[in-house]
Design a binder for this molecule. Structure first.
Ligand SMILES: Cc1cc2nc3c(=O)[nH]c(=O)nc-3n(C[C@H](O)[C@H](O)[C@H](O)COP(=O)(O)OP(=O)(O)OC[C@H]3O[C@@H](n4cnc5c(N)ncnc54)[C@H](O)[C@@H]3O)c2cc1C
Ligand code: FES
Length: 429
């Protein structure tokens, strides 16, 4: 009898314990679910706030760009010069407006177009230089310029780069330089939240550094890969900044690739990989192709990388690039290039201002190269369809572009630096 009572009592305790445990577990799960849901709500709210802030910031930037922008040239004073590499052939110029008025914000990746009174040149020299600082810095613009020597295989007596030598050798702190407002269509997509890959070759790092520092300064959590190909430590620009940014931001990876390291270059410290920035290298480090790619560097590297990315399966819309294009070399080469193709197209081009007509064939290159080869002067800057300096009225006929211009010129005009005739033409040169 006693044993039966004990068993009933023990069973009762077990049942009560089970009920208490079940209630406790239910309460625990309920609380956990609410906490989780509250956390999710907070994360969603934070995400929403971030997006709203980006949209508002974009609207503010657009408004200020419009209100504060200027047309024509504006005077800037060189506030500071800073060499960016041991070879001292890349120098940053910090520019402040001479009139002291606020400067319009720019989009990370855009450039300034300068008109330079270079002594000994027949007219002003027009060149573009990317803004290399983050757009969040409101007190100055910065451009970082590589001094170009004559190419190694150029004939003896070939002059060094006109504009880059002028910046390096002539412009001192306190001097004045004239520039057009920031422009260009190669800039980071601020609204995107996708991971991003920057691929820089040589001084092509400048617009990409601007984009990366913008991401850092706006506390972006986007995954970032910065591939930088350069010859060796002597040419390696912005070394400390790149290392610091990588150290301080867990979402940023910097991979430095030296093509020709010297004995003093330290692998693992100065650089990571020997060779060239190739798609095979990207494949070995990136888990997927799901990135936005921004590329800027010498044309051969850009061609190899962009076609390699497409073969890998990256959507064309995810590959954005800008070419710096050597300004004078093209002119010299094009003038020497004969039209050899038997199937070459032939068109009459009338230069109305100069009152001259010449026969253009495919081998004659762009309208700019064709004009220069026939001693007809045309205003130009970048020679790559970026700056708009060469825009010329098209009075009759039609042209096609050898590549997409950064900004489509108005109807009835064309950018002669990247256009070729599609019919007989009359142009205002
Ligand atoms: C959108 C854009 C952004 C850019 N951003 C930057 C930037 O951030 N930093 C930067 O450093 N550059 C940048 N550039 C490139 C820059 O605009 C200039 O093209 C570059 O500085 C060279 O100009 P230069 O006047 O010094 O050289 P150029 O006088 O144009 O000469 C170019 C090269 O040709 C050689 N050369 C001259 N004559 C001959 C000849 N007859 N035969 C063979 N070779 C010859 C010169 O020695 C030199 O090596 C950018 C270009 C563009 C379009
Ligand atoms: S020279 Fe710059 S767009 Fe033609």
């Amino acid at each position: 009898m006693m044993q039966v009572g004990t068993i009933i009592g023990f069973t009762g305790i077990l049942i009560i314990s089970a009920v208490v445990l079940q209630v406790a577990l239910s309460v625990h799960f309920l609380v956990a679910r609410n906490v989780r849901s509250a956390r999710l709500d907070k994360a969603r709210l934070d995400q929403f706030k971030e997006r709203a802030a980006t949209v508002l910031d974009r609207a503010r930037v657009d408004r200020e760009s419009h209100e504060l922008s200027w047309s024509g040239r504006r005077k800037f004073q060189v506030q500071k010069r800073v060499y960016e590499n041991p070879n001292k052939d890349v120098c940053s110029f910090y520019l402040v407006p001479h009139d002291g008025r606020p400067m319009p914000p720019f989009r990370a990746g855009q450039f300034l177009t300068f008109e330079l009174p270079v002594p000994g040149e027949s007219g002003p020299v027009v060149r573009c230089y990317s803004l290399s600082d983050s757009p969040t810095r409101k007190d100055h613009y910065r451009v970082s310029i590589k001094r170009l020597e004559a190419p190694p295989k150029a004939p003896k007596g070939t002059p060094p780069g006109v504009s880059s030598s002028y910046f390096h050798n002539t412009l001192d702190e306190g001097d004045i330089v004239e520039a057009f407002a920031p422009a260009g269509e190669f800039y980071i997509d601020e609204a995107s939240e996708r991971p991003v890959v920057f691929i820089a070759g040589g001084v092509g790092l400048t617009p990409l550094v601007s984009m990366m520092t913008w991401l850092v300064e706006t506390n972006s959590h986007r995954e970032v890969w910065f591939f930088y190909g350069v010859r060796n430590r002597g040419e390696h620009a912005m070394f400390e900044m790149l290392r610091r940014v990588e150290k301080e931001n867990s979402n940023i990876n910097v991979v430095v690739v030296y093509a020709d390291p010297t004995d003093t270059c330290r692998k693992g410290e100065d650089y990571n990989v020997e060779g060239f920035v190739s798609v095979d290298l990207l494949k070995s480090l990136l888990k997927t192709t799901n990135y936005e790619f921004y590329i800027c560097g010498p044309p051969p590297m850009m061609e190899a990388v962009t076609s390699g990315l497409e073969e890998w399966g990256v959507a064309q819309s995810d590959i954005r690039y800008e070419s710096f294009g050597p300004a004078s070399v093209k002119r010299a080469q094009a003038a020497e290039k004969p039209a050899t193709d038997e199937n070459a197209e032939v068109f009459q081009v009338e230069f109305s201002r100069s009152k001259k007509t010449f026969e253009w064939t495919s081998g004659a290159g762009t309208l700019l190269e064709f004009a220069e080869a026939n001693d007809i002067k045309a205003r130009c800057g970048c020679r790559t369809g970026s700056c708009g300096t060469c825009v010329t009225a098209l009075m009759q006929g039609d042209v096609h572009y050898i590549h997409k211009p950064a900004k489509q010129p108005e109807a009835g005009s064309c950018l002669v630096c990247i256009s070729q005739p599609k019919s007989d033409l009359v142009i205002d040169l």
